[in-house]
Design a protein. Structure first.
Ligand code: NAD
Length: 392
């Protein structure tokens, strides 16, 4: 099959196995070139391991620290006629590279919100890993089936309190335009918290703790985006921000509930980057295209792998990591500092349909977007016939 990108709106509906392997391999190469984190983890569970920040966390654990990794993801398997999802191919490529490097690994494809997948993970840990010393919680999902009630909750991306009008960029139509977003009602806020808040993170830690598979001094982190003024109305202070506030509540609860094993639970705040999750959020493609421009000029641009490597070396495995007032690990300072934000705000004021491509680095945004699905790598032959049926 010759595989070319099929882009529909903010998503690409197919993926290229060779290109996805290239994406994984570049991240592994980056990690191998860095000094090893001190006292890194040995047995790591990554919930949401196949793309974005979770994939980078798995690569850093395995290739940076030599850890045995168990990854959980929810990805579509390929058929002879239809490609798998990027996360499927990324996981296959990770397995191949880990095997070549003599690293231990296992992945489970299924709904991480369910009790069955938690039980399957615990069974694997018991039989093959012993105890886990790091749990990364990196799920991004539009819906969640609550295993207690079987109710399916859907998240919404809406402001809270009042209608918000702002600029956005439609990647499909190459159009900068105004968008007006109506505020969420209470039910929509509560449902978003149900999906993206801390409840499932707590269920994972409880299940692992009850099964006796968490090591003493185990660490766990869930990822958040805090951002600043430009993104607050649609992120930090919006429905998704409410869900992320619930992660702070969950981290506090976990720290006090599992003091018996001296568990350290952190929320880690990461920078805005192009991932499958962020490209779905209104305003983000415009904001990210502008910060790429500013941060590349400042020499501070980072991708998922650079962010997560710093999270390990300056946060999770640092002697005295700096924490913010809510006990969070902050890896987003290069984006959210006042000087950088002032430059982005100035561009934001000026940007129009006519000057968008001069003021922003949409080229980089688009390149990164294509890379997510294994497209746009100059060393991959996209005219070649490839077998989509890659298994793992
Ligand atoms: P992503 O879409 O790249 O990855 C999501 C992962 O979750 C994938 O591995 C997917 O398979 C898995 N997943 C989704 N639903 C699942 C389910 N039901 N069961 C099992 N696995 C499931 O997302 P991302 O951008 O890397 O986001 C990960 C976390 O990082 C999120 O909490 C997000 O809010 C946070 N974050 C993202 C950004 C950003 O700009 N992308 C910035 C800061 C923080």
């Amino acid at each position: 099959m010759v595989i070319k990108p099929k882009i529909r709106g903010f998503i690409c509906t197919n993926a290229h196995p060779v290109g996805c392997a290239e994406n994984v391999s570049r991240q592994i190469d980056y990690i191998k070139q860095q000094p090893k984190p001190d006292n890194g983890p040995k047995n790591v569970l990554v919930v949401g391991c196949s793309t974005g920040y979770g994939l980078a966390s798995r690569i850093t654990s395995a290739f940076g620290c030599g850890a045995h990794t168990l990854g959980v993801c929810f990805e579509r398997e390929p058929t002879a006629k239809r490609t798998g999802t990027a996360g499927w191919y990324n996981t296959a490529a990770f397995h191949q590279a880990a095997e070549n490097a003599g690293l231990a690994f296992h992945s489970i494809n299924g709904d991480a919100f369910s009790d069955e997948i938690k039980a399957e993970s615990i069974e694997y840990i018991r039989e093959h890993m012993g105890k886990i010393d790091l749990v990364i919680y990196s799920l991004a999902s539009p819906k969640r089936k609550d295993p207690e009630s079987d109710t399916v909750y859907s998240s919404t991306l809406k402001p809270v309190g009042e209608t918000y009008t702002t600029k956005t960029y439609d990647t499909d139509k190459d159009l900068v335009h105004e968008v007006t977003l109506a505020p969420a009602n209470e039910e929509e806020i509560a449902n978003t918290v149900k999906v993206m808040g801390g409840e499932d993170w707590e269920r994972w830690i409880k299940a692992l703790h009850d099964a006796g598979v968490l090591a003493d001094n185990c660490q766990t982190t869930a990822y958040t985006y805090i951002g600043k003024k430009l993104t607050w109305p649609i992120y930090g202070h919006a429905t998704i921000g409410r869900a992320k506030e619930d992660l702070d509540r969950a981290a506090r609860a976990l720290n006090s509930q599992y003091a018996d094993i001296n568990l350290s639970a952190y929320v880690s705040s990461l920078k805005a980057l192009v991932t499958q999750a962020s490209s779905a959020i209104p305003v983000m493609p415009l904001y990210i295209s502008l910060i790429y421009k500013v941060m590349k000029e400042e020499g501070t641009h980072e991708g998922c792998i650079e962010q997560i490597y710093r999270l390990f070396t300056e946060g999770l495995y640092a002697d005295n990591p700096s924490l913010d007032e809510a006990n969070r690990l902050r890896m987003d300072g290069k984006e959210t500092n006042d000087a950088t934000q002032a430059k982005i705000e100035a561009l934001w004021e000026q940007v129009t349909q006519d000057n968008f491509h001069q003021l922003s680095d949409y080229q980089q945004y688009h390149a990164d977007f294509l890379h997510l699905f294994g497209f746009g790598f100059d060393n991959v032959d996209y005219d070649a016939d490839v077998d989509p049926e890659v298994s793992w």
